[in-house]
Structures are given as C-alpha cells and as structure tokens.
Design a protein around this ligand. Structure first.
Ligand code: IVH
Length: 691
C-alpha cells in the first residue's frame, strides 16, 4: 500500500467508525456488532501505526465515542472517564500480562470482574449524599443525568458506614433481560395499537438491553425512567482520601456503604487464574439475568496501578477480554428477495452451508438495500456471518482478499419477485415495498393471517401456516372465503410448509380432529365483537385502539363505510392519515363486496351495546373537553359526544363550550376552566342533553 492508498483507507475507516460511535452512543441504535466495530478499529490502529502522519487528530482510536446529547447540561469529569484496551484472544491477554511483569519486575495479582453490557455512569457523593450522576460523554465531560439516576432504585441516595467525605464512584447502568423483553413486548403492543405495520415494528424496538438502557437514561422525564426498571453495578472508586490498598478491598468497602457491587469478582494470583475465570463465565453468562460482553481484568494493588499509569486513552493496568459472537466465513451463492406480509422486501443472502455455533447456516438476512450498499457486496463474495443475540444470522462483512476477478456488484431488484409490480421506497425509509397490496400473494396471505390472529378474529384451530396453504391451493382467496370452508374439504388435506431458514421443506396434513376444530373456530369467530372485526379487516393504520374508536363512533359498518374523509378526520385523535386510509379502503369495490359477504355469513358488524348508541345532531357545533373519571371509560364518553354531533378538543380555551367534569379532575384544568368561565357539566348532564 502506498501513502495515497493508506490515506483513503484511514479517512474512510475514521469516518465510518465515527458514524458507528454516534449510532451506538447517541442514538442507542448500532448497526454493526461490537466485534465488527472492534475489528475495524484494530484495522485503523495498525494503519495509523504505519502512517502516523495520516491519523486524524480526533481519530476514533484516540477518542472515546461520545454520548453527549443536546438535551442535558454537561458537566466536566474530575477524573477523565477512559475506556479500556480490549482483546478477543488469549495471546493478547498473555502479552498484556508480559508487559506488566516487564514494567513492574515481578508477577502481579489481578481482579477479574464481569464486563457488564450497559452504559458507564459516574456518581459523585458528598457527605454521604448523591450529588451528581454524569454519563461518560466524550470522556472529559458528560451529560448530567442526576434526576434520572435518582430513578434507579439500586443507586443509593444516602450512604451508610465509613464512606469518604467526598468521592466519585463509577459503574454500569444496565437493564435485566427480563425487563428488556417485557418492555419491548409492551412497546410492540403500543405500536400495534397505533396501527404501525407489523413489518415496521422490529426497527422501532430496541435491539438489546444495552440500547434500551442507554435510551432510557437519556429520557427527559425521570418518571418515565423509573418505569424502565434500570439497575446498576458499581465497580471503581475514585477518591482523594485513600480508601484501601487494593481494588478488591475498595469493592468490599463500596458494598458496605450501600452500593450494589457484583458478587461475581475474583482475585486471581496470576494470568492463568484469570484465564480460568474467563472460561468459567463464557459458559456461565447464559445463566445471568443480565448481559455481559466479557471480563475486565484490573491490577489489584493501587500502588502498582499508579506505577503503570495511563496511555492517552486507556489505563495500562486494565484490559477487557471480550467474548466473541460466533462467526464464520462462507461463500455467497445468490441474493434472493422475500416479500413480507405488508409488502416489505427483505433481501436474503443464500450461502454455501457453514457450521456456526452448532447449526448449519445457509441463509442470512441482508436487511435492506442500504445494508447491501454498506457491505459493498459482489456476486460470489466470501462473507463473514455472525450469530449474535438474534436468531437469524447476519452478514457482517466481506473478505475482499477473496473477491472474484469477474465479480459483479449486487444490484437491488426493481420489481416485486412475487407479482412483478415496480417497487417503491418511501422517503426516509430504508425498506422497499411492493405497493400491490390487493393482489400480491404474500400480502394477501398476510391479510388472512392478520384476520385469524388472536387479537383479531381469534380463529381457534387455524394457524398461519394452514391459512397460507389454503391460499396457495386456491381454497381461500380472501377472508370471506373462510366462512365457506367445509369439513369435507379440510379433512385429509395435505400441504407443504414454506421453506424454513435452512431451506428445508416440511409436510403437513389436516386430520379429522384438526378439520373439525378449524370449522368450529371459524363458526365461533362469528361472535367476535364489531370492533375486533373492524381491526381484523386490516385497514392500514387502523390498529386495535383506532378500530375501537371507529366502532364506538359509528356504531355499525354501514355508517362507517359512507363516512367522508372529513367526517373521519374530525373524530378526536383519528387524524388525516388514518381517515385517508379508511376512506380508501371503503372506496374499493372488492372490499365492499367482501364486507357484504361477511354480513351474510353472520359476523358482528355493529356494536352490541344498548346505551347511547343512537346518533343525533343534538350537540352539533358544540365543543367539549373531557376530564376526570366517569362511570364509563373516557373513550366511550367521547364517542357518545361525537355520535351526537359534538366535537372533542384536547385543551381548554376561551372558545370551548363545555367541560365534562368527572371525578379526580386535574386541579389545573379546573382552575383554567373557572378562570375562563367555561360551562362545566357532569356525565348525567350530558346524558340529559342528548335524550
Ligand atoms: S473499569 C479505568 N469495570 O466497559 C476503569 N468497566 O470498555 C474503566 N465496563 O467504559 C472501567 N463492566 O462502561 C470497568 N467491571 C467493569 C466494567 C466496565 C463494564 C464498561 C465501562 C467502560 C467500558 C470499557
């Protein structure tokens, strides 16, 4: 490599690494694995070593990735918050030990701790009281997140015992796996309720507990932070007053002052004992309730730490041994494209089978066109695949040294592989879509699957695989066809499942019991209430909550299907976009035909409630704010107002006609309404008005 080539590489690597740092620390949404990042960093380090004059002054090899955001006040760290040197190999670990022995002149004792996968925090205590909590930031100054730190139960606000008058303690804020799963599930449910397409949900969820923790600590509302159940382990005391002779003793002391210190640390008499510890936790880490990404090895004696000192970026007396995600190199055979249930296109790398973490991998996700561009993928490239937290393996990079002379750049498809419709890509979105939602087969199957799903029609006995097979056999083209299926048609039916990730095809058949279960499930779904039928129809952006609102507002499908876009948009919290989608759906002759059929089969297409269902124009031209609690839910009350021609608005202003006041109404609203002389009415006053 000559100087000019080196410059191109150094510039490109520095830029890429800076972007990845930004995604990791600021956005909490990294796009590559830690391992891939560390490998790029090492590549840059060795280039900079060979061409020091080309290194950027603010190179990612010299500066820690910053997590500073604009939303917090920044505070300078009294002791800089450095990162650690890291390694993935035993050889480098032994070299670390050799360097230390050479520098000190004899072997030393180490403390091994777990490397918690969260985000670093620095806490300052004065006279036993928590004064400040600051993120690592750029290492010199970080975001002051004191109020958020106070929302973490395991961080003491008042210490006990013989703590120093003033000191700092560093640790890691993290989220337990269970909490992560629970919160991500809740988030998923909320997004579904908001009508977000199922395909788009994964990108809106947090990828792992670390990202969720760091996103949480940067929230603006400490009450919201409290709901995230964050936790923290503390692992390093900085004090001008001497706390102890060794790091291990300082951990014991910190625990005695009330800090949560992990039990999983050991004093190791030499590097071989360190290696034992590393191996032990490589297995044991699966059983921890939180994620670790390695082991941190620190020289135990403070006097020796001082003697060893620091480089510009890292202490010489500590190193992180990181566990590698399982990875392998194999050849790309071809790229195929899957069409998702909502028309989203996913490119898939078909690979020469390779053994990875105990399973044979034949395919890996390529996510989207940008990812293929980022990988700079060519035909028949040798690629690195990795199995991280996710089940589906991912292509992490390309072995450029093995690229074919005649290789061609992978060009993204322009047309849907299932129905040949030209693909679209919405502004600001990474994913391509097939817009042919009414005729593209996988999208039709998607609508069927949604229709029968638990939260929609909940058709017992019938699963996604079977319904997809019925579609492929031409027995069910749209959901109304389900109601024409007979036991005779189903009993004994044989079908093949879609290929699984490894390209295997499995056979299934429906037996007597299965067939009668399906028929019974379909029959029972005729009792599913209107609001869920409405949700099941699969109108874009009409999630469960919106479906409920529409059902209550219009009372039945006939009122809804003739509603104008304006009328729909006027409903409180519905908005233009949803109104447009609903209007589009009901303008389609095929959809109207399907609805008539569903009606004929006896599905619930009107709300089955007695009170207040009638429509009137008694409240026409009047505006209402609803506040407090009532005998019915606030949403039901709002729907009653709207069914009678009234308009719900969000806030109290001079022009408001009525405030419907319930129990436990907010004092601010009450004051504002009184100040502005707004007429306040009760729930029963409202019922009188519409009688
Ligand atoms: S010691 C100078 N101990 O790993 C002391 N760090 O890559 C530096 N980390 O920024 C930190 N577990 O966020 C230390 N037991 C542990 C740790 C730990 C996780 C994180 C920490 C640090 C990063 C360094």
């Amino acid at each position: 490599m000559n100087q000019a080539e080196a410059k191109v590489q150094i510039d490109s690597l520095s830029k890429t690494l800076q972007e990845h740092n930004y995604r990791y620390y600021v956005l909490s949404n990294p796009s590559i694995s830690d391992y891939a990042f560390d490998m790029l960093l090492k590549q840059l380090e060795s280039l900079e070593a060979a061409y020091p004059e080309l290194a950027w002054p603010n190179s990612p090899t010299k500066e820690v990735g910053g997590d500073i955001t604009k939303n917090f006040v920044q505070t300078a760290h009294k002791y800089p918050m450095l990162s650690l040197g890291n390694t993935y190999s035993k050889e480098e670990l032994l070299e670390f030990d050799e360097r230390i022995k050479k520098s000190i002149g004899h072997s030393v004792e180490y403390v091994c701790e777990l490397k918690f996968d969260g985000l670093a925090i620095s806490l300052t205590y004065e006279n036993g009281k928590l004064l400040r909590g600051v993120t690592r930031g750029d290492g010199t100054k970080g975001d002051d997140v004191t109020n958020n730190v106070k929302a973490i139960r395991s961080i003491p606000q008042q210490l006990t015992g013989d703590y120093p008058e003033s000191f700092e303690i560093r640790g890691e804020v993290f989220m337990h796996r269970k909490t992560f799963n629970r919160l991500n599930d809740t988030l998923k449910k909320e997004l579904l309720d908001q009508g977000v397409d199922e395909d788009k949900i994964p990108e809106r969820l947090y990828k792992n507990p670390r990202n969720f923790a760091s996103g949480s600590l940067k929230l603006q509302d400490p009450k919201e932070v409290a709901k995230r159940s964050l936790d923290a382990f503390l692992y390093f005391v900085y004090s001008d007053d001497k706390v102890s002779e060794t790091h291990a003793a300082s951990l014991e002391k910190a625990a005695s002052w009330g800090f949560q210190v992990s039990d999983h640390f050991e004093v190791c008499k030499d590097i071989e004992a360190v290696w034992q510890f590393i191996q032990k936790y490589e297995q044991a880490r699966e059983h921890l309730s939180y994620e670790i990404d390695g082991v941190v090895i620190k020289v135990n004696q403070y006097a020796l730490q001082e003697e060893l000192g620091f480089t510009a970026k890292i202490p010489r007396w500590a190193i992180a041994y990181k566990y590698k995600a399982a990875s392998a190199r194999t050849r790309l055979l071809k790229v195929t494209y899957q069409v998702g249930r909502t028309g989203a296109i996913t490119p898939v790398a078909n690979l020469e089978p390779v053994l990875l973490a105990g399973t044979t991998v034949k395919r890996a996700s390529l996510y989207n066109a940008d990812e293929i561009e980022r990988l700079d993928l060519y035909t028949h490239d040798y690629v690195y695949v990795e199995k991280g937290g996710e089940i589906i393996p991912k292509v992490m990079g390309v072995d450029l040294s093995k690229r074919d002379l005649f290789a061609q750049k992978i060009e993204y498809i322009t047309h849907c592989p299932e129905c040949q419709t030209p693909l679209i890509r919405k502004e600001g979105e990474a994913v391509h879509y097939c817009p042919n939602d009414s005729h593209c087969p996988p999208q039709l199957i998607g609508r069927l699957e949604h229709f029968i799903s638990r939260r929609a029609m909940n058709v017992d006995g019938l699963g996604g695989e079977t319904v997809a097979a019925l579609f492929k056999k031409g027995m069910v083209k749209n959901y109304a066809d389900l109601y024409q299926l007979t036991y005779e048609q189903l009993n004994g039916l044989e079908f093949e499942l879609e290929e699984d990730a490894d390209g295997k095809v499995k056979k299934r058949s429906i037996k007597e019991k299965g067939a009668s279960n399906i028929i019974a499930g379909i029959e029972a779904s005729k009792e599913v209430p209107f609001e869920r039928v409405l949700f099941a129809l699969g109108i874009r952006m009409v999630g469960e909550t919106v479906a409920k609102k529409l059902a209550r507002h219009f009372g039945n499908i006939d009122n809804l299907k003739v509603a104008s876009k304006e009328a729909l948009a006027n409903i409180y919290e519905i908005g233009e976009k949803i109104a447009e989608q609903a209007a589009l759906f009901f303008a389609d002759a095929d959809n109207l035909n399907t609805i008539e059929r569903l009606k004929a089969y006896g599905l619930q297409l009107e709300v089955k409630e007695e009170a207040g269902l009638e429509r009137s124009s008694k409240l026409e031209g009047k505006t209402f704010v609803v506040s407090g609690t009532f005998s019915i839910s606030r949403d039901e009350l709002k729907a009653i107002v709207e069914r009678n021609g009234g308009k719900i608005v969000g806030s109290i202003s001079k022009s408001l006609n009525y405030l419907i006041a319930g129990d436990k109404m907010g004092p601010e609203k009450l004051k504002k309404a009184t100040d502005l002389n707004i007429k306040m009415i009760s729930e029963s006053d409202l019922m009188e008005m519409i009688k």
